[in-house]
Write a protein that binds this ligand. Structure first.
Ligand SMILES: [Zn+2]
Length: 319
């Protein structure tokens, strides 16, 4: 266990211990490490050009990269996520083109994944405020290897780690931009949202997917129950006109969130029944718990497997 993790709340520590205990067995049981497979799967290329949300706020899309939200203001540019390390240069060039070339003074990390934190080192080195939930910073101080594909992510150097973190209570910047924690663990245990009240926009990272089935990263805390809880929380922060910007895919509205809330609620209920009746991940995939949604959402097997496994840490008797 990393020494920095010693001060985490009890729920987190318990899960860490459980994950350590499960780790070896999970690698053996899953048995099909495919290094690099996740990077191809995790990012669906958004095809849209930059979406102008008004008020100097944009969704910046670069092929092969997750969505980035940029806002130009009098002091320069605020970013929500910064693309991957290999795409950073292209992402920042596109941000500069769209937002007018100002200095990037603030970078939010919606979570710790490398698809979101690849500009951290450069922007941290240039003096940007990097804002994240504390768990995101902690994941960036350690190496992570996902048991289902063997992909390893190295820690970020200190200069690239979030330098302004919070636990439960988010905050508000002088510009009126608000941010907060999504403690449900929809995607990881460090998900945050950024709310632009004037433009009525919520940037939500991977807590919501705008393009196909979501990635359930249970290794760093995400789970299927958290997807349901996170969407419910974001619905409560929205009104019918709110534009919701996920890390992948198109800009959504509250009606999309309501539809997803219902769908993931049904799937969660089925998966928890399968777990409670002693089934395993293979049987969960065979049971086709997403059947009526597959035509619209695509092949669910990877999602179902991860979503089923994600229950181990939260619903197993000793969890
Ligand atoms: Zn992610």
């Amino acid at each position: 266990m990393h020494p920095d993790r010693a001060d985490m709340p009890p729920r987190h520590s318990r899960r860490e211990i459980l994950k350590s205990a499960l780790g070896g067995a999970a690698v053996l049981a899953l048995g099909r490490p495919a290094p690099g497979a996740a990077s191809a799967r995790q990012i669906e290329t958004p095809a849209d050009p930059a979406v102008d949300l008004g008020g100097g706020l944009f969704v910046v899309t670069v092929p092969g990269e997750a969505n980035v939200v940029a806002r130009a203001d009098a002091d320069g540019v605020l970013l929500v996520d910064g693309g991957s390390a290999s795409g950073s240069e292209r992402v920042l060039a596109e941000v500069s083109r769209i937002a007018g070339g100002g200095r990037i003074h603030t970078l939010f990390n919606t979570h710790w994944h490398p698809e979101q934190t690849g500009s951290n080192v450069r922007l941290g080195g240039e003096g940007a405020s990097i804002i994240a939930q504390e768990n995101t910073r902690l994941w960036l101080t350690t190496d992570v290897t996902w048991p289902w594909n063997g992909r390893r992510v190295d820690p970020l150097p200190e200069i690239g780690r979030p330098n302004r973190t919070f636990y439960d209570d988010g905050g508000e910047l002088p510009s009126g931009v608000r941010y907060g924690y999504i403690p449900d663990a929809a995607h990881t245990d460090g998900d945050l949202y950024v709310h632009f009240p004037e433009e009525n926009v919520l940037a939500v990272g991977d807590a919501v997917s705008g393009d196909g089935w979501p990635v359930v990263d249970w290794w760093t805390g995400g789970w299927i129950g958290g997807i349901v809880g996170g969407i419910e929380r974001l619905i409560a922060l929205s009104d019918p006109e709110t534009r919701i910007v996920p890390a992948r895919g198109r800009v959504l509205g509250r009606a999309d969130l309501e539809e997803q809330y219902e769908m993931y609620g049904v799937i969660y209920s089925r998966l928890s029944q399968l777990l409670n009746s002693g089934r395993g991940p293979d049987e969960a995939v065979e049971a086709r718990p997403t059947e009526e949604y597959d035509a619209r959402m695509g092949n669910p097997d990877e999602f179902v497997r991860r979503a089923f496994e994600s229950q181990w840490a939260y619903l197993s008797p000793d969890a």
